[in-house]
Write a protein that binds this ligand. Sequence first.
Ligand SMILES: NC(=O)C1=CN([C@@H]2O[C@H](COP(=O)(O)OP(=O)(O)OC[C@H]3O[C@@H](n4cnc5c(N)ncnc54)[C@H](OP(=O)(O)O)[C@@H]3O)[C@@H](O)[C@H]2O)C=CC1
Ligand SMILES: CCCCCC/C=C/C=O
Length: 340
Amino acid sequence: MECKSTFSKVMDKILLSSGYSMPVVGLGTWQATPEIVRDAVSNALEIGYRHIDTAYNYKNEAAIGEALQKWLMQDGNRREDLFVTSKLPHYANRPSDVSAYLQRSLKSLGLSYVDLYLIHMPFTMKANEAGDAPATAEDGAVLLEETDHLAVWREMEKHVTEGRVRSIGVSNFNKRQLEHLCDNAGIAPACLQVEMHAAMQQEQMREVCANRRIALTAYSPLGSPGSKQHFKTKYQLEFTCPDLLTNETVLQLSETYKRSPAQVLLRHLVQLGAAVIPKSTNPLRLKENFEIFDFQLSDNDMADLKKLDIGHKGRILNFLFFKGIENHPEYPFKDELKEH
Ligand SMILES: NC(=O)C1=CN([C@@H]2O[C@H](COP(=O)(O)OP(=O)(O)OC[C@H]3O[C@@H](n4cnc5c(N)ncnc54)[C@H](OP(=O)(O)O)[C@@H]3O)[C@@H](O)[C@H]2O)C=CC1
Ligand SMILES: CCCCCC/C=C/C=O
């Protein structure tokens, strides 16, 4: 494992159970349109990012691929120095679709392998005719289909053996789903990607992952402040996100450490042992989000940040915007609904 700074106790890479290393800070790309994400990825690579998080579902893999190819054409830049994650979409979450969707992502990205391939969601929906979005009923409800995690996983494992994927993992799985997979997998999941930020610090999943040697990646690490506008404009949906960047404790720590609120939020998560994949398309914010290895939050300040944790009540993405998803047997947050 490499460590960027002698000052920091946090490594800048996490050694996965697959034997490969994943950079702790990656670039998130959800909601970044192809026209914008191309430059964002190029800028990020210039800054020093080597970990890019995307998904078939983000519809931006071809533009990301262009930026990656441009970087790889430059002297001295090597494929093995990049860590690219993609994901099998929820409307293709069936064994017979794994190969085709992985190949589509590889083709768009212009890569012969991805470093990490994740099952994006634990539930399955029927796909529309083009196979690039969920099919819906007349009332807008998604059309559900049974999900067999182990059968999908066995297909993912084949691609590891055949060299199209280096590590495999899952996203948005709950504890039961993750443990069931771990107990029955031929190749253990190397990574779990879940929502994690100061308002939902994932204590239980951190413990499961630590015990099972699964790397944990925190998505929406800044509280996804862009989602409110995104869901309103694109889907006419009202959406709430916690205002973490303007939270009083975070602002105070930002003063104390002379770092931005975003740097405090990201540093907090990496000190909890997670990798982070903040999304930005702004050159200054890209740089800011990458510079979190030259300071360390004290135990007292970590304890103050712990007070912001409201558990699953802090969840931003519950997927209920997929009308009827709570009826799927593998909807991961069913227990949380019972409490309301
Ligand atoms: N597996 C899954 O199901 C999911 C995975 N993800 C992954 O995680 C990534 C990150 O999550 P996401 O939901 O995008 O949310 P983030 O928490 O990363 O927040 C991104 C938002 O914060 C803004 N921002 C970024 N940096 C700063 C900064 N330094 N100061 C102030 N504002 C900032 C961005 O705007 P701007 O671009 O203008 O800087 C954008 O609006 C996704 O992009 C995706 O790759 C996310 C959700 C679900
Ligand atoms: C209706 C919007 C679909 C987005 C699904 C949520 C996933 C987010 C990022 O991975």
